[in-house]
Design a protein around this ligand. Structure first.
Ligand code: NAD
Length: 480
């Protein structure tokens, strides 16, 4: 049986308390490994290692840091198959997706921030008439905490770690206890790439124990967190009195707004992807589809036909479009929402049932599900489901759909399908979300600010925003 260990000060260590958690394979529902349930003592060890490594690492030249980050990126690429297999087994996602999205993006994260740190500049302000010049230093914070979720395990884990260490910090990081495997493998790669010991420390365990110990640690001065809104609120409550810097990337319930004048075929193909990629378990999925009334009937027919063609199967099989959901409890949560939809007079026009994949009867499979709703105010249209479930409903006017799109507590992303330029500008200005995609979905340029408004979080990741988050600005004013 696979036994994952913590990566602390460059060594693989068992948890101090010798407590272990089962790790399940979603494709067959069986335990296939154990991971540490790390305690405060393990987090303290990780913190001490990071603290000791900080003085030297923060003084390392940008070129040297950059070289190491790029080396990590190259090693990830060289081990693509192995990492993709591990990610697919741990998470239930199709191997094809892990190979083309998750692992390449994790490698890009290191390459991108390895390059970005060499281009990161700070401001200077001349105080005209006062004979003074101000310049701003951007200094690393010290030891920072990075906590990530299960849906894009290595992709999101490295999206935090790479800018943190590029900026000269040392890190205590915790991946989701549900998908720990690729984070474990990353430790080996970092050592091989020559990352000095203690710069990155990876502790595994539950949110309520290991995660809690990280956020409560008085000397871990910044927390970069991606996960659920409730957890984010809890972290903010603990961290605020200690004045920690916080970046919170939280839940979403994103609208996908389709106007009749769009490029129909492109929209249809992309909408299938933005609804069901990664079994709908992407915070950016467009789970509320609003379609202009004039094309609603046609869209409904065409969409359902395309969704029915998606192949549900074992994640390791090439050609599988829909793998397994991440866990039994998550599958049950998603099914509860399908029941709620029925109680609320929603019509299941496609899917809605568990799937038995022969040979893997214990796996967590669910049909991609399309629910026609009569009002945008029903629970399935308001609450984050985070599974292969979308709602559809028609709209009549631009103003109506704008109201409905904004009438949720979340504000992460929105997708707009139209060829009308003025409408694009009007809607983009007024949609309440941090990211707007027009005539595309999940097209990511790593330089752009990434994050949500309202209950989708605070702060922005990506590009220089991330490097700003992981540094403290210090202004120096010199009179001459
Ligand atoms: P979660 O909040 O349950 O867990 C996320 C991480 O936080 C895990 O590592 C978990 O162990 C840890 N955690 C839990 N309790 C903690 C505590 N008390 N202290 C410290 N850490 C704690 O979220 P999840 O179920 O893993 O992920 C799904 C959620 O993540 C969805 O809501 C989804 O929308 C969101 N998400 C958001 C983004 C984004 O960029 N905005 C991206 C991906 C996922």
């Amino acid at each position: 049986m696979n036994k994952i260990k913590n990566y602390i000060n460059g060594k693989f260590l068992p948890p101090v308390n010798d407590e272990w958690i089962d790790n399940y394979c979603p494709a067959n529902g069986q335990v296939y490994g154990h991971i540490p349930n790390s305690s405060k003592e393990d987090v303290e060890k990780a913190y001490s290692a990071a603290k000791s490594a900080f003085p030297l690492w923060s003084q390392t030249t940008l070129e040297a840091r950059s070289r190491i980050l790029i080396k990590i990126s190259e090693l990830l690429e060289a081990n693509l198959q192995r990492f993709a297999e591990a990610e697919s087994k741990d998470n239930g996602k199709p191997i094809g997706l892990a190979k083309t999205v998750d692992i390449p993006r994790a490698a890009s994260n290191f390459r991108f921030f390895g390059n970005a740190i060499t281009q990161f500049a700070s401001e200077s302000h001349e105080s005209v008439g006062h004979d003074a010049i101000n310049y701003t230093l951007r200094q690393p914070i010290g030891v920072v905490g990075c906590i990530s979720p299960w849906n894009l395990p290595l992709y999101l884990f490295t999206w935090k770690i790479a800018p943190a260490i590029a900026a000269g910090n040392c890190v205590v990081a915790k991946p989701s206890e549900i998908t720990p495997m690729t984070a474990y493998l990353l430790g080996k790669i970092c050592t091989e790439a020559g990352l000095p010991t203690g710069v990155l420390n990876i502790v595994h365990g539950l949110g309520s124990t290991t995660g809690q110990a990280i956020i409560e640690h008085p000397d871990i001065k910044a927390i970069s967190f991606t996960g659920g809104t409730e957890t984010g609120a809890h972290i903010a409550k603990i961290a605020a009195p200690m004045f920690k810097k916080l970046s919170l990337e939280l839940g979403g319930k994103n609208p996908n707004i389709i106007f009749a004048d769009c490029d129909y075929d492109d929209m249809l193909k992309t909408t299938v992807r933005s609804s069901f990629a990664n079994q709908g378990q992407i915070c950016l999925c467009g789970s509320r589809i609003f379609v202009e009334a004039t094309i609603y009937k046609k869209f409904k027919t065409d969409f359902v036909e395309k969704v029915k063609q998606l192949k549900i199967g074992h994640p390791s099989k090439e050609g599988t479009n829909i793998g397994a959901l991440v866990s039994k409890s998550h599958l049950e949560k998603v099914i509860r929402y399908i029941d709620i939809a029925k109680e609320e007079n929603g019509t299941i026009i496609c899917g809605g049932n568990k799937v038995i994949v022969p040979g893997y009867e214990g796996g967590y499979y669910l049909e991609p599900t399309v629910i026609e709703v009569v009002t945008d105010e029903c629970r399935v249209n308001q609450e984050e489901i985070f599974g292969p479930v979308v709602t559809i409903m028609p709209f009549n006017t631009e103003n109506d759909v704008l109201q409905m799109a904004n009438k949720v507590k979340y504000g992460l992303s929105a997708t707009l399908w139209t060829n009308n330029l003025k409408r694009t500008m009007r809607m983009s200005n007024q949609l309440q979300s941090g990211i707007i995609w027009v005539n595309t979905w999940m097209l990511r340029d790593l330089r752009t600010p990434f994050g949500g408004v309202k209950e989708s979080g605070v702060g922005r990741e990506g590009g220089f925003e991330a490097l700003r988050f992981f540094t403290e600005a210090k202004n120096v004013c010199i009179k001459y």
